[in-house]
Design a protein around this ligand. Structure first.
Ligand code: ATP
Length: 349
């Protein structure tokens, strides 16, 4: 199994190193024939090669079975003309990663801001919507016709809506509660979210065994806080999915736990839900569960289900006690010591 590891910026190198420690333990325990190649992206690549995502890295991503992508500080990059491309947006577009699968799962011993349990997955469309860096064939989806005037295009197509709905219903078929909620704003965005809803309804009709309902995005935000247990699989457009998944992750215990997988027809990229957290970078304080959990999702996607389950079991065991948690969760361990602890649990499992 060939994996490409791209550490990124901010806390990226630390949580990527922690993920590497865990993957090496997985290899020692399960013998997957894992080959792990590390390549610079972000500021490290900009300094060495003049671009935050060299073409050679994109080519290597195409040649790998899967990619583990660290967070990037793309807001701090220079303009595209000076090499500052957003590696996350570029990979999503180049590898046609149309689905971003974002689980939020509470654990009994991990403090969370609501008493209700959270066990849901946001299935977020990843290539269209308002995302100006990827929603146009050429050029960006945002521009200024004159100073002080900004315009943004929101693109929603039947094709993308259909395939994100199919991804959501396929996932719901594998989950015990077998429920899909479509989240939209079709009362205002009648045309765009109208297209989205029509496609989701057509897919729902083909899955009579799945309990299906719809919510406006504003109501959904309130329900998430008040009754997170009503949600199982959420299917939604790009920006709503981005925002609601951070809310769901925070409700489940914090962004440091928030894993995700980007999926396309041919490629898969594991990626933490959060950004590069420059405020805690270089301090051995970041919680690497987000990226390690994402790598576990990738392993499962690549057919290594037992290895993925052992990583998830190690995470659950470590999170069950404050002594073996990271500081964001009131624990005592640094990033490196936490990863070493997970590695020991996996090797001994
Ligand atoms: P960026 O500009 O790259 O989006 P950001 O700091 O604005 O970075 P996030 O990285 O998404 O946004 O995170 C917001 C805050 O949540 C961080 O400042 C940090 O304090 C906390 N945080 C995020 N990820 C982690 C993590 N893995 N472990 C611990 N704390 C985290």
């Amino acid at each position: 199994m060939k994996l490409l590891l791209l550490p990124g910026d901010g806390i990226g190198p630390e949580i990527a190193a922690a993920t590497e420690t865990v993957l090496r333990a997985v290899e020692a325990r399960y013998g997957l024939g894992l080959s792990l190649t590390r390549r610079d992206i972000g500021f490290a690549a900009l300094e060495a090669e003049g671009t935050t995502i060299p073409d050679a890295v994109i080519a290597e991503a195409r040649g790998a079975d899967g990619v583990v992508l660290g967070p990037v500080s793309h807001n701090a990059y220079p303009p595209v003309s000076a090499g500052g491309r957003n590696p996350s947006g570029v990979l999503r577009r180049e590898l046609e990663l149309y689905a971003n699968i974002r689980p939020a799962l509470s654990r009994p011993a991990v403090p969370r801001p609501v008493s209700a349990e959270v066990d849901l997955v946001v299935v977020r469309e990843n290539l269209e919507g308002f995302y100006a860096d990827r929603n146009m064939h050429e050029g960006g989806g945002e521009f200024a016709p004159e100073p002080g005037v900004g315009l943004a295009f929101r693109k929603v197509t039947a094709r993308a809506s259909r395939r994100i709905a199919e991804a959501a219903f396929a996932l719901a078929e594998t989950r015990p509660r077998r429920r899909v909620t479509a989240i939209h704003k079709a009362n205002v965005m009648r045309l765009t979210d109208g297209i989205f809803l029509a496609e989701v309804r057509a897919v729902a009709a083909a899955h009579p065994g799945i309990d299906y309902d719809e919510l406006l995005v504003d109501a959904a935000a309130a329900h998430l806080v008040r009754h997170p247990g009503r949600f199982d699989v959420i299917v939604t457009t790009n920006m709503f999915g981005d925002i609601l998944s951070d809310l769901a992750s925070e409700l489940s215990g914090g962004l440091g736990l928030a894993a995700s997988l980007n999926l396309g027809p041919s490629y898969a990229v594991a990626q933490a839900q959060h950004g590069s957290a420059p405020d805690i970078a270089g301090q051995d304080r970041a919680n690497p569960v987000s990226l390690i959990g994402s790598a576990a999702m990738l392993l499962r996607h690549l057919g290594a289900g037992a290895a993925a389950a052992s990583v998830e079991a190690a995470i659950d065991a470590a999170l069950s006690s404050p002594e073996t948690r990271t500081r964001d969760l009131g624990g005592a361990l640094g990033t490196r010591a936490f990863a070493d602890h997970l590695a020991t649990l996996i090797v001994e499992s």
